[in-house]
Design a protein around this ligand. Structure first.
Ligand code: ADP
Ligand code: ZN
Length: 604
């Protein structure tokens, strides 16, 4: 239903279009029905005369209307007086006649007209819409329904490169090998190196996923195909799959190149999810996408597929398998330093007054996305233009900021000072727990209080995918780190927030594995129990398992409390610095706290 509505919400221009088609339809139809008749209208008196002169072969009576044929073969129609004597007259002159009830005739025409009036314009409308949508690849004909609607950018049309993308240093670093591969696929082919062909860009809208993907194309000087996941899906089953096929066929022709699929979740949602039927189309499209990506490996084509989403959690697991989108690059909200550099990038095209302090503006715009910041500069320029000013001043920028802030406050992701403090202490708790436990297996990478997706702050201490915890000590240390966030909050604020829910879930899962899978519990011993929720144990065993899990988490929580209490000065220092800087990298933290990184935690 939503789809259908979309066809009509194109604004006044489209409405005009629709009306035009409707009128045309009516005109054509009226003409058409006249042609099919091709009979002349005659007067009742003429009709009577003709009967009397035996000129009529046969008639068909519908109520008061008579359709008939003369003996010379011409058709006629007339309207007669409702009189039983008509029948007598026809009989006496040997005219064949048949009679139809009025209602059948009415219904027949009624339905036909209705179908024609409603169906034809919609059909034409759909086809026109298709044609207008397909701007790339030069296929502008009416029957391009199954062609992909991707926009193609040639290298000469791509004006962005990594310099146009400010902040997101890590994302850029992670993508440098992709650039290299696209620039020089032979180099990799020669050695048989298998490079990632699918990259998932994860981040909230406006943080530069599209920009980043295009910048990769800009860096590699290769063509860029851009399409949105929702563009694949149409009302007709099979169209989406055909479009995917067409897109990949085109891309292969232009290899090395990049395919960028925005909003991949529109096609890539878990199969079999959603209410009711009607998902065949999406599933077919998704299957086709998977097939095409699998085809890369054998074909050895230098096509890289980048897809963007802010909901990686809803994606079908099949999409994330090796050989498909097996690499995830996060495109987070910009932190303080990133905001400053994004502002500077966009200020390049604007005349800026000397008083403008980008650092100050960055400070005053927490929670702004890259798009918001671009918007900020633009709004400020508009405000300045209105007063015929020569330069954009700090005052203009402030005014623009307030305007955008107001808009954002409604959707709000901006943390209040209070929340910011809580998140900072929570994350500092995680980080310190890592640093203070020599037995942790994973190095601290960075800690930030910039919101990303669902979680408010993120301490990057676990690799996103696989954890290799090899012994009991490491596992306990990991659990202690997990609950360290909550412990820090308890020590500092003495109230518990809901922010730690996920941490405790992780801690509990790991404790359950220790008890059930690895036989690391004394009470239960070296027995493997099923960890899945449907597994059935005796009530006694079940209670023992739950007790042991709780016991492990409790012990770890106490340890975390102790660790952080004895190092409260470090906790305060780290948290307060976080509030100030928003993101801290491992190196900065070591320096700040005056600890030296452990041997195994050194990166080089
Ligand atoms: P997304 O695809 O994540 O929704 P976009 O790439 O469409 O975000 O970003 C919209 C615009 O915001 C970009 O065209 C760019 O002008 C600006 N922008 C976003 N992030 C950045 C950034 N890191 N550096 C510079 N400009 C940015
Ligand atoms: Zn946490």
């Amino acid at each position: 239903m939503k789809k259908i509505k979309n066809y009509f919400k194109g604004g006044p221009r489209n409405f005009f279009f629709l009306m035009l088609i409707l009128l045309l339809g009516i005109a054509v139809l009226t003409k058409l029905t006249d042609f099919t008749r091709q009979r002349k209208s005659i007067a009742y008196s003429t009709f009577l005369k003709a009967v009397e002169q035996d000129q009529i072969k046969s008639v068909h009576i519908i109520g008061q209307e008579i359709l008939g044929v003369f003996k010379d073969g011409t058709f006629f129609e007339t309207v007669v007086v409702d009189n039983p004597k008509n029948i007598e007259l026809l009989k006496s002159h040997n005219v064949d006649f048949s009679v139809a009830p009025v209602s059948t005739q009415f219904n027949f025409w009624h339905i036909l007209l209705l179908l024609a009036f409603i169906g034809a314009p919609i059909a034409i409308w759909l086809i026109l819409r298709q044609t207008r949508g397909s701007s790339g690849g030069g296929h502008g004909n009416i029957f391009s329904m199954t062609k992909s609607k991707a926009k193609m950018f040639l290298p000469s049309q791509i004006k962005v490169n990594f310099n146009s993308v400010a902040g997101v240093q890590e994302a850029k670093e992670e993508l440098t090998d992709v650039v290299d591969f696209l620039k020089n696929p032979e180099k990799y082919r020669r050695l048989g190196a298998k490079l990632t062909r699918g990259i998932l860009l994860v981040g909230e809208p406006g943080n530069g996923k599209t920009l980043l993907a295009k910048a990769v194309a800009g860096e590699a000087n290769c063509p860029f195909f851009s399409i949105s996941g929702s563009d694949f899906i149409e009302v007709f089953v099979g169209v989406g799959a055909a479009r995917v096929r067409d897109l990949f066929a085109q891309a292969r022709k232009h290899a090395p190149c990049i395919i960028f699929i925005d909003e991949i979740d529109a096609v890539g949602r878990q199969r079999g999810s959603g209410l009711g039927g009607g998902h065949d189309e999406r599933e077919q499209t998704l299957n086709q996408l998977l097939t095409e990506m699998d085809g890369f490996e054998s074909a050895n084509t230098a096509v890289v597929v980048m897809a963007a989403t802010n909901r990686p959690d809803v994606l079908d697991k099949a999409l994330l398998r090796p050989g498909r989108f097996d690499r995830t690059v996060h495109v987070p909200y910009p932190d303080l330093a990133a905001r400053e550099s994004i502002l500077k990038v966009h200020a390049r095209d604007v005349k800026i007054a000397a008083d403008v302090d980008f650092h100050k503006i960055a400070r005053a715009t927490p929670g702004f996305t890259g798009a918001d910041l671009m918007n900020l500069i633009n709004e400020a320029a508009i405000i300045a233009s209105k007063t015929d000013a020569l330069f954009v001043t700090m005052k203009d920028i402030e005014e623009a900021r307030d305007k955008i802030m107001l808009g954002k406050a409604i959707k709000s992701r901006v943390l209040s000072e209070d929340e910011k403090r809580k998140v900072a202490f929570h994350e500092a708790g995680h980080s310190l727990a890592i640093l203070l436990q020599p037995e942790t297996s994973e190095p601290l990478h960075k800690v930030t209080i910039v919101p990303r997706g669902g979680a408010l702050g993120i301490t990057h201490w676990l690799p996103e995918k696989e954890r290799f915890l090899t012994n009991k000590e490491q596992m306990l240390a990991t659990i202690t780190t997990s609950v360290g966030g909550r412990a820090a909050e308890e020590i500092t604020f003495n109230v518990l927030s809901t922010g730690a829910h996920d941490d405790f879930k992780k801690a509990t899962e790991l404790a359950r594995e220790m008890v059930c899978k690895y036989g690391m519990s004394e009470k239960l011993g070296h027995v493997v129990y099923k960890t899945d929720p449907d597994a059935k144990y005796s009530e006694h065993t079940l209670r023992l398992i739950e007790e042991e899990i709780k016991n492990i988490v409790d012990v770890c929580y106490k340890k975390a409390l102790e660790l952080l209490k004895t190092n409260k000065d470090k906790l305060d220092l780290l948290a307060n610095t976080l509030i100030e800087k928003e993101t801290l990298y491992a190196g900065e933290i070591y320096q700040l706290l005056g600890i030296s990184p452990r041997e195994e935690h050194r990166l080089i």
